[in-house]
Design a protein around this ligand. Structure first.
Ligand SMILES: Nc1ncnc2c1ncn2[C@@H]1O[C@H](COP(=O)(O)OP(=O)(O)O)[C@@H](O)[C@H]1O
Ligand SMILES: [Mg+2]
Length: 464
């Protein structure tokens, strides 16, 4: 990263030392008048790049450092012995303690959904309560940017929590005798924000979660899904940049639950909060998490993206979990696409085209224009015939019926197109530019749980 980039982004931040939100970074990157201010920007800057940049300049939002929470009278002694590497079962037995969280370290990036996944009793709630200071760790530290949360006094901690962190619980925690609007405005009331302003913000938050029109209702008049939306609206109304969600969707029926997951993903696109989301449901974890930490009996046995964990489980326990995952709805076109080895221009000469295809051992070549926009594909035998005929260009050979997909499509969506055409699927960006190619063998290998399909490469090498 260049110094100038960092400075430009740094200036965009007001009031939060050392922190840049992804959303603010995007504004900064696009410049006030819409021109790019990044010195290296030749092409438009991708959202992903801007997000990554925001993380680099802001550092990490939340950080857990060797966190332990041991319940029981002799907890300190237990931590010492666990740290020394003693067997957990022995320590529990001898000291009569319950280690809920053991030696957990991780960092949460600004603007990401960080999922903590584990079975009931694995220490998830204990962990999240230490993240916002509701629970003091037996040992270890929690940092919010550069401030050590675990070193703050009660009053400071309360202040910081109100300004920065909201919680959403499984049991919606609504006040039964207050209206939906009043419930949604609750966190602001605690902060002593004037009535008009807090109702205004609560109204906007209710609108975001699709509850406009229900402001005057009481919680009892709402379905479970709607009540959880009020819980979410309350957290959003508080306008904190960090959301901690403890099994927030776990009590909901599957259909409503999926709706809430989709809505969270949707909201997150524009809000770009930093979210720690706790769940015992692996598919939910895979769907929501930018990264996932897997807790096993209080230990974070693996932290990584869904793809990383799926492809390289850290131990047998994780591997067993992964066996249940619907890979077709976790892996995306982006994850299995390959770079096109060569592309050709519709105006080029058949002889030259054929040479290019042979050089790259292609039987199918994608045709693109000068801006890399996809125009179609040509087949080698047809190009060869055109060369023999003496055609001037390959234009008349271009097949336009290419199956296309966007990079973020789940591979479940690629199965039908792959079955319909022998040609590889083209991965295009929002401007129709060709960014990759998905081969059928790669698709099948990915579904079957193979990291790579190198075994098939020789066979397939001359396809595209
Ligand atoms: N206040 C407490 N006192 C004693 N044990 C506790 C307390 N809170 C949690 N535990 C124990 O710590 C472990 C982890 O609990 P919890 O964090 O609630 O797990 P999860 O949220 O993953 O279901 C469990 O064995 C639980 O019984
Ligand atoms: Mg829990």
């Amino acid at each position: 990263m260049t110094a100038r980039t960092t400075t430009t982004l740094g200036k965009a931040v007001a009031g939060l030392p050392g922190q840049v939100h992804a959303g603010q970074a995007r504004t900064a990157a696009a410049g006030i008048d819409g021109t790019m201010v990044m010195p290296s920007a030749v092409r438009p800057i991708s959202q992903r790049f801007v997000r990554e940049l925001a993380h680099i300049t802001s550092g990490k939002t939340l950080r857990a450092e060797k966190l332990y929470k041991v319940f029981g009278r002799r907890s300190d002694e237990a931590v010492r012995r666990l740290e020394a590497g003693e067997d957990q079962a022995t320590v529990c037995e001898e000291l009569k303690v319950t280690p809920a969280v053991t030696d957990v370290s991780f960092e949460v990036n600004a603007g990401e959904i960080f999922v903590v996944m584990g079975l009931s009793g694995s220490g998830k709630s204990t962990l999240i309560r230490m993240l916002n200071g509701l629970l003091q760790p037996t040992s270890g530290k929690v940092f919010l940017e550069d401030r050590e949360l675990t070193a703050l006094g009660d009053k400071q901690l309360r202040g910081l929590r109100r300004q920065r962190v909201s919680m959403v619980f499984q049991q919606f925690a609504l006040f039964p005798h207050r209206s939906v609007l009043d419930n949604a405005a609750y966190a602001l009331e605690v902060r002593k924000i004037a009535k008009e302003e807090r109702f205004e913000k609560a109204r906007r938050a209710l609108e975001m979660v699709g509850l406009s029109g229900w402001e005057k209702s009481l919680p009892v008049q709402l379905s479970g899904g709607m009540r959880q939306r009020v819980g979410l609206a309350r957290a959003l109304a508080a306008e904190t940049d960090i959301l901690l969600m403890d099994e927030a969707f776990s009590a909901l029926d599957p259909l409503i639950r999926r709706e809430m997951q989709d809505q969270l993903i949707d909201l997150q696109r524009s809000l770009e909060k930093t979210i720690v989301f706790i769940t015992h449901d692996l598919n939910e974890a895979m769907k929501l998490g930018d990264r996932i930490a897997i807790l096993q009996a209080g230990r974070a046995v693996q932290i990584g993206t869904a793809e990383e964990i799926l492809n390289a489980p850290a131990n047998d326990y994780v591997a067993q979990f992964m066996a249940d995952v619907d890979r077709s709805r976790v892996l995306t076109a982006d994850m299995i696409k390959e770079k096109p080895r060569a592309t050709v221009d519709a105006r080029s000469d058949p002889g030259e085209t054929l040479q290019t295809m042979r050089d790259h051992r292609l039987t199918v070549a994608f045709v693109t224009d000068a801006q890399q926009r996809l125009a179609g594909a040509v087949l080698d035998d047809e190009v060869a015939a055109a060369a023999t005929r003496g055609d001037e260009t390959i234009e008349s050979l271009v097949r336009a019926d290419i199956r296309q997909t966007k990079a973020d499509a789940f591979i479940a969506e690629l199965l039908v197109p792959a079955a319909q055409s022998l040609l590889p699927i083209a991965v295009v960006d929002d401007d129709e530019r060709l960014v990759g190619v998905v081969r059928r063998t790669r698709l099948l290998a990915a579904l079957g749980g193979r990291n790579s399909d190198s075994h098939y490469d020789a066979e397939e090498a001359n396809r595209v």
